[in-house]
Design a protein around this ligand. Structure first.
Ligand SMILES: *Cc1c(COP(=O)(O)O)cnc(C)c1O
Length: 369
């Protein structure tokens, strides 16, 4: 049996007729950038998240960058301010901070969830820290009850990186509705994936939404009038129309991911395979990735591959060990983050996996010596 890590072709083939009709609608409309499809997607996605404002962007990184940039334009952050962020995140979270001439303060995650936790965050809060970037890594909400309480008490801005966690929720409050603002990615492999690059910002403050709406479009708030100097980070009509189709199926897709993860958690019982833990109820996780820790990763991956099971690593190199951050962060010693980057392996989990494929992943994982 062959179990691909991610099969985008099969994922989108389920909706081929609807996706093609949506694409045809855009092609025939003669309007391709910032039009009715983007407006409709923003309102549908914002309502689904439970956030009052939603602004489409070209990708997830630009949504992160523009959220922080918007706060700078509003006078809430300034050059050199520090932003606390989990050290084991995907590098895009940190790029958004440095791109804005802000300073990343890397915080070790909690060992059980691999997410930012309130205790280590509180210990890292110096007076320079003005904002927190909480990442819901692998699809599980960070401890947002405690983190948002801490941010309120200390007067800190709270940004969520929700690129991996569309639909994760605690007490009915979804990723993207906890913080002052949140950034989503709709990169094709995410739980809600476009057929190209796309992203969105959700936020509570109408002023932030307005400035980000201008920023994504050269800083223009009215045609031919530029409020601020902005990039071109627009979401296009075609991706918005395709995302409106995919949005109808995200809840069912997440439910299937949870079913697969529940089987892995029940059936992969092996002394060398350290399973992920779910902190608060099964709704808090949407299993963008099912990440296990193993002592000998290369051998484990090879054993699975011999049985047709393809795995991936999220991520092999910690951000502070990247060449790009050698000068700024290279001196840091972050033992837990470094151990995670040595030991993590992602097992396949996707809404189109068959029960036979799931069983195959389980059997292969149990074949460890
Ligand atoms: C995918 C991802 C991003 C970046 O999104 P893009 O759309 O690829 O720019 C940011 N943060 C995290 C945690 C991600 O997984």
């Amino acid at each position: 049996m062959n179990v691909p890590f991610l099969d985008l072709k099969t994922i989108n083939a389920r909706h081929a007729a609807e996706l093609k009709a949506a694409a045809a609608r855009v092609i025939d409309s003669g309007w391709y950038v910032l039009g009715e499809e983007v407006k409709a997607f923003e309102s549908e996605f914002g309502a689904w998240v439970g956030s009052p404002h939603c602004v489409g962007t070209s990708d997830g990184l630009s949504a992160l960058i523009l959220a922080l940039r918007g706060w700078k334009e509003l006078g809430l952050l300034k050059d050199g301010d520090a932003v606390a962020v989990p050290a084991n995140t995907y590098i895009a979270s940190i790029l958004a901070i440095t791109e804005n001439r802000l300073r990343p303060v890397l915080v070790e995650p909690d060992e059980d969830t691999c997410n930012l936790g309130a205790a280590k965050l509180a210990a890292a809060l110096t007076p320079d820290v003005k904002a927190v970037l909480a990442v819901h890594l692998y699809g599980q909400l960070a401890d947002m009850q405690a983190i948002s309480k801490l941010c309120r008490e200390r007067g800190l801005l709270l940004l969520e990186d929700a690129a991996q966690s569309h639909g994760a929720q605690i007490d009915g409050v979804k990723a993207g509705a906890w913080g002052d603002a949140a950034a989503f990615s709709f990169y094709p492999g995410k739980n809600l994936g476009a057929l190209g690059d796309a992203g969105a910002l959700t936020c509570k403050d109408a002023k932030l939404a307005a400035i980000v709406r201008a920023l994504r479009n050269y800083g223009s708030h009215e045609k031919y009038k530029n409020l601020v100097q902005g990039p071109n980070d627009r979401l296009d009509e075609l991706q918005a129309a395709l995302l409106r189709v995919k949005l109808k199926y995200i809840d069912a897709d997440n439910a299937r991911r949870r079913e697969i993860a529940a089987r892995y958690l029940r059936e992969i019982k092996h002394p060398y395979v350290h399973l992920p833990s779910v902190r608060t109820g099964q709704d808090s996780h949407v299993w963008h990735l099912f990440v296990v820790r193993v002592p000998d990763r290369a051998a484990f991956q090879q054993r699975l591959l011999d049985r047709g099971v393809h795995t991936a690593i999220h991520y092999p190199i910690a951000p502070h060990h990247q060449q790009a951050y050698a000068q700024l962060l290279g001196h840091l010693k972050l033992p837990l983050t470094e151990a995670l980057h040595r030991e993590v392996v992602s097992l396949p989990v996707s809404p189109v996996m068959t029960d036979e494929q799931v069983a195959c992943v389980i059997a292969a994982s149990l074949s460890a010596p």
